[in-house]
Design a protein around this ligand. Structure first.
Ligand code: MEV
Length: 299
């Protein structure tokens, strides 16, 4: 009898360095404890069953993931249930790729080594985001805070923070696509490489400063790095007025720093908020959905 299989992967936030990470600069990310669950079973496929409209990319994902773990690509159906809001920069596509891979690997009776999961996760994510760096599947795969730098293989280093990091994550009703933000930035970069490369270098310096702050437990310095990163993301053209309005509200309510997270162009923000109640109230009053997270200190 052929077995069915299950897999789970989590959401993520990019703490510092999104977009520049596509251009080989380092970035920091953290896992977020909301999840996507996948169940795979034999049947006429490939097919992905999810809430929401069916999409041919889902079938391609199931077929490619099945083949990658040595299964017949035409003979599997995967059903997903997700707590991760799509189109908000919280890594729903990467969680879908990693959870689908895990479910099919479970069905095949051969759990994937981490290095293979990272490489395959990134390859599958291309179905959803033209030129991903791989940071999203790395965060979905590890589920902890990490430093990432793209490459073959990527550098993925779990971080040990000196103190837990209190974040308020907030997003609005409008979904957007990371692929659009990444593609738009690529066009601007091709027009003026020197300008954008300088912005990416400045982001890399901030990522290093932010990492030092987290490892030292200096939340105020990390908050300043977030604010400065947001300024650079605005200069790259990947921010948006609704995101900036939420950031202003969070700062006004006492956040130590705030920025967009992930693809931008709308989507979620993160605010560093040791006393998050006032920040949460201000964002909810403006209609945002809010998630409070304490990124754990030690791994
Ligand atoms: C998306 O979470 C992060 C981006 O840098 C894209 C990527 O690295 O694949 C915008």
């Amino acid at each position: 009898m052929t077995a069915s299989g299950r897999g789970r992967a989590g959401a993520k936030v990019v703490l510092l360095g999104e977009h520049a990470v596509v251009y080989d600069r380092p970035a920091l990310a953290a896992g977020v404890p909301i999840h996507l669950d996948a169940e795979a079973w034999p049947g006429r496929g490939p097919r992905l069953e999810a809430d929401g409209p069916a999409d041919e990319r889902g079938a391609a994902l199931v077929g490619q993931a099945a083949a990658a773990v040595g299964l017949d690509p035409g003979a599997w159906i995967v059903r997903v249930r997700s707590e991760i809001p799509p189109g908000r920069g919280l890594g729903s596509s990467a969680a879908l790729c990693v959870a689908t891979l895990r479910a099919l690997a479970d069905a095949a009776g051969r759990p994937l080594p981490r290095a293979d999961e990272l490489a395959l996760g990134r390859r599958l994510e291309v179905l959803f985001h033209g030129t991903p760096s791989g940071i999203d599947p790395a965060a979905a795969s590890l589920g902890c805070s990490l430093r990432f730098r793209r490459g073959e293989p990527p550098e993925v280093t779990p971080l040990s923070l000196a103190a837990a990091l209190p974040l308020v994550i907030a997003w609005g009703g409008e979904a957007r696509r990371t692929a659009g933000a990444v593609g738009g930035l690529r066009e601007r970069w091709m027009q003026d490489r020197a300008c954008y490369e300088a912005l990416f270098d400045a982001v890399a310096d901030l990522v290093n400063a932010g990492e030092r702050a987290l490892v030292a437990g200096d939340l105020a310095a990390f908050g300043r790095a977030c604010d400065e990163n947001q300024r650079l993301l605005e200069a790259m053209g990947v921010s948006s007025p609704d995101v900036e309005a939420r950031i202003a509200l969070a700062r006004g309510a006492g956040a130590l720093g705030a920025k967009l997270t992930g693809g931008g162009a709308g989507g979620a923000i993160i605010a560093v908020a040791p006393d998050g109640d006032a920040v949460e109230r201000a964002l909810r009053a403006a209609g945002a959905t809010v998630l409070r997270v304490l990124v754990p200190a030690a791994r």
